[in-house]
Design a binder for this molecule. Structure first.
Ligand SMILES: Cc1ncc(COP(=O)(O)O)c(C=O)c1O
Length: 396
């Protein structure tokens, strides 16, 4: 089997199965073994000293490196088309790590609609640690430019954003960032490398909550980001000292998830396209936001930078919060739960769930209405998914 270095020119589907992945060097095992181990024995004192001095790349301790974790990181890096990656125990640990690394002593400009946990970190905790954050509507690049200060060190873009599904032009944001010597970080959780390649569009770092499509089966909280070797090497020092490393079992679950990423994302997306068309014509639905609908205000941008619209839809049922709550209480096949990118369809109400840490004023300011409902399509049959929503909408 070829190593990752031979895989660069293969199609995305082939990359999902083989990219960055190869039989275990020690045993020949075809599926990467779970090296469920905290510490590694040295051959002798000289070997130990050489490992600590960085003269030998032998493993030392799993917070610093572990063969299962390494293989996951190499595979994700291969899929994102970059040198290396670094994995964490959660997406938020990844966001925290890269923000501390790139923006310490400086300022961040962030998308105003981001995952609620990222918003909480940026709104409350990072400023307490001396890293102020400005939130801007990144659907317009000039808003980013206006928010840049002399001490801005990092621009954080989530596109499409959770849960408004508004987008940022990654290539334009990268040009702007680089013209000012600022690093651009893109949260690619909603698209995965199968649908969007931020590095090819000029990003410096691409980040994921691995908990979502990467793992794909609702069983592994995790995070990861990928980038050029020099940045990842520096970040590795931050991870070593702050901690927050991913576990070997979680890495294995993500490796396994990545092998079917293309199949799951394609099916979820196909289902979302059908569901969005159904919702858009439904008399009880006020509006639908989905990058694949021509009614999306940034439909053309989505087509330009994404291979497809993805599997998440936001919409509002006529009747606001109460009607939305009734809808969620009435679904039978769909699961009322946070998260997305799962094989099961998940439905949630951001204002009372994922984005409840934002104040009502902030939610209103950033276009996150109280009645907004988010559906993350799973890989079930779309006829069953639509029938479930049909019977739930009938009860609203
Ligand atoms: C876009 C996005 N980024 C980051 C995160 C945080 O990831 P985690 O929950 O794995 O910490 C989430 C979680 O929902 C998310 O949706």
């Amino acid at each position: 089997m070829s190593s990752d270095h031979d895989m660069k020119n293969h199609a995305p589907e082939t990359m999902c199965v083989h990219g960055g992945d190869h039989p275990d060097e020690a045993t020949g095992a075809v599926s990467t073994p779970i090296y469920q181990v905290s510490t590694f024995a040295f051959k002798n004192a000289a070997h130990a000293a050489a490992c600590f001095a960085g003269e030998d790349d032998g493993y030392i301790y799993s917070r610093l490196g572990n063969p299962t974790i390494d293989t996951f990181e190499k595979k994700l890096a291969a899929l994102e088309g970059t040198d290396d990656a670094l994995a964490f125990g959660s997406g938020m640990a990844a966001v925290h790590n890269i923000s501390m690394h790139l923006a310490h002593g400086g300022h961040i400009v962030s998308s105003d609609t981001v995952y609620g946990g990222t918003f909480a970190l940026y709104e409350h905790l990072l400023p307490k640690m001396g890293i102020p954050v400005s939130f801007v509507d990144m659907t317009k690049i000039e808003n980013i430019e206006k928010a840049i200060r002399p001490d801005t060190k990092m621009i954080f873009v989530e596109t499409p954003a959770n849960p408004t599904l508004l987008m940022t032009d990654i290539a334009a944001a990268a040009d702007l960032a680089h013209s000012k010597g600022i690093k651009l970080v893109v949260d690619n959780t909603f698209c995965t490398p199968y649908l969007q390649k931020p590095m090819a569009l000029g990003a410096d770092i691409v980040l994921h909550s691995g908990t979502k499509y990467i793992g794909g089966h609702g069983d592994a909280v995790s995070g990861v980001y990928a980038g050029p070797q020099d940045l990842i090497d520096e970040s590795r020092e931050w991870r070593t000292d702050i901690g927050g490393v991913i576990a070997p079992l979680q890495s294995w679950l993500l490796l396994r998830g990545l092998k079917t990423l293309h199949l799951r994302v394609e099916r979820a997306q196909e289902n979302a396209i059908k569901m969005a068309a159904y919702l858009e014509q439904h008399p009880k639905v006020e509006w639908v936001l989905f990058p694949g609908l021509k009614s999306h205000p940034q439909y053309e941008l989505g087509k330009k930078q994404m291979r497809g619209p993805g599997g998440v839809i936001s919409f509002e049922v006529k009747g606001g919060v109460e009607a939305g709550a009734k809808l969620m209480d009435s679904v039978k096949l769909m699961t009322l739960a946070v998260s997305l990118g799962d094989v099961s369809t998940l439905i949630e109400h951001p204002a009372s769930m994922t984005h409840s840490t934002m104040s009502p004023e902030d939610r209103e300011k950033y276009g996150l209405s109280n009645g907004l409902v988010r559906i993350a399509l799973g890989v079930e049959n779309s006829v069953d998914q639509i029938a479930d929503l049909e019977q739930a909408l009938a009860k609203v």
